[in-house]
Design a protein around this ligand. Structure first.
Ligand code: ADE
Length: 418
């Protein structure tokens, strides 16, 4: 069994925390129990590139229970929980290649180790395995049945590949399932981002001005939680419709260079490049804290900061940058995902639905392998709805169903004002 992890001796601590997360993942547990009987993945090799967390470990358990041979690497150099990696190797039968804090070269070497297992299904969070396999290891493409993609950034990359005719196998956009992005991206990113900022800085949020770049599902969640803690929220957004939404949600909306003057804490969640750049640095309020919860560490122009400032580590996850004029700002977690680097990522309760989608998407792909064409595929709506129903059931929430009369009414066009 292959692995490159920090310390196998951490396995017991990891197992205890994996079981703690399991208690909040009842949908995934139900799927795991069914998989253990039906064995839909008997002998199937799965190559997974995901954040190595307690929640991911519970996904891996479900896949292994279904008969899969799982090789897992990290989808971010800082998000790995080393005790979880150890437990997965020692107790749960997975090959794991991931060490928290690994350098870029090791990060890609670990991805290559997963690709070298010749996966039949890939499971990506950010499309790094798919990208690397197509670019550097095309010999493995023939054996692939399909893949799944967890995150907005990955789906965007895959759609760009598909538009170029470069994508050579079918991939289900798990991110786009309603039971994924409406909960994981909004409530998960919202809470865990604030959690990461607080764990890294121990700053009071109340009364501060929090700037949020990007008002997609993740930005909406972060804005909601920051406001809930008493912050004044400013949103920077390039899409007019979405900017309008932010205005009507009661936030101030302005350009980044203007927001910089008032910013105490800045969170980027755009998925784009250099959204905090030189004009914002020039105006930046002294002592501002900068962090990112978008997938890649490209949203803040960190190379510019490193070149033009003096840099000092103040404490773990917090670097101080002093500009030539004496102002200082702070960068959290090297600009990598602050929620997974400085905290533990999204709570298990939302990852339950995200990873139910992953597990069921993989099963669906194998069942429909002969019909699928290369490209980005929507999560089947029926599976998405089933996950919502099951989650409600697990939460003990009952809802009404339409009466036959109501169904007929909704399908009619001749009934108007009564
Ligand atoms: N992405 C965001 N939060 C996560 C978590 N807790 N586990 C795995 N992937 C995540």
């Amino acid at each position: 069994m292959g692995c490159d992890i920090k310390d196998r001796g951490l396995a017991d601590a990891g197992r205890a925390r994996i079981e703690w997360a399991e208690a909040d993942m009842p949908v995934l547990v139900a799927i795991r129990e069914r998989f253990a009987v039906e064995r839909p993945f008997e002998g199937v090799r799965m190559g997974c590139c995901m954040h190595v967390t307690t929640e991911t470990a519970n996904l891996v358990r479900a896949l292994v229970a279904g008969g899969a041979q799982v090789a897992l690497c990290a989808s971010n150099p800082l998000s790995t929980q080393d005790d979880v990696a150890a437990a997965l190797v020692e107790y749960y039968g997975a090959d794991v290649y991931a060490i928290k804090g690994e350098d870029t070269e090791t990060y890609y070497r670990h991805i290559d180790s997963v690709i070298a297992t010749a996966p039949q299904i890939t499971m990506d969070d950010g499309a790094d395995v798919v990208g690397r396999m197509h670019a550097d290891f095309p010999q493995y493409l023939d054996g692939i049945v399909g893949g799944t993609e967890e995150t907005t950034t990955g789906v965007i990359r895959l759609k760009a590949m598909a538009a170029d005719g470069a994508l050579k196998y079918p991939i289900v956009a798990v991110n786009d399932a309603n039971t994924k992005h409406m909960f994981d991206n909004r409530y998960g990113t919202g809470q865990s981002t604030i959690d990461g900022i607080i764990r890294a800085t121990n700053r009071l949020i109340a009364g501060r001005t929090v700037v949020i770049s990007g008002y997609g599902w993740c930005g909406k969640g972060a804005a909601m939680r920051a406001r809930g803690l008493g912050a004044k929220v400013i949103v920077c957004e390039v899409d007019p419709l979405v900017a309008l939404e932010a205005v009507m949600d009661g936030h101030r909306v302005m350009k980044a260079a203007d927001a910089a003057r008032e910013c105490d804490i800045w969170i980027t969640v755009t998925g784009d490049l250099n959204v905090i750049d030189v004009p914002a640095f020039e105006n930046l309020k002294p002592e501002a804290i900068l962090c990112n919860s978008g997938h890649f560490n490209a949203e803040i122009n960190i190379p510019w900061l490193r070149e033009h400032c003096t840099v000092r580590e103040v404490k773990p996850m917090v670097e101080e940058f002093t500009f030539a004029d004496g102002r200082r700002c702070y960068l959290l977690a090297e600009g990598r995902l602050v929620n997974l680097s400085a905290a533990e990522g999204h709570p298990a309760e939302v990852m339950d639905m995200s990873f139910a989608n992953q597990a069921l998407a993989a099963e669906w792909m194998l069942e429909h392998a002969s019909e699928l064409q290369p490209g980005v595929i929507d999560m089947p709506r029926a599976i998405d709805d089933d996950i919502a129903r099951l989650k409600l059931e697990c939460m003990g929430v009952e809802i009404d169903t339409l009466t036959p009369e109501q169904v007929a009414y909704l399908n009619s066009w001749d009934a108007g004002t009564v």
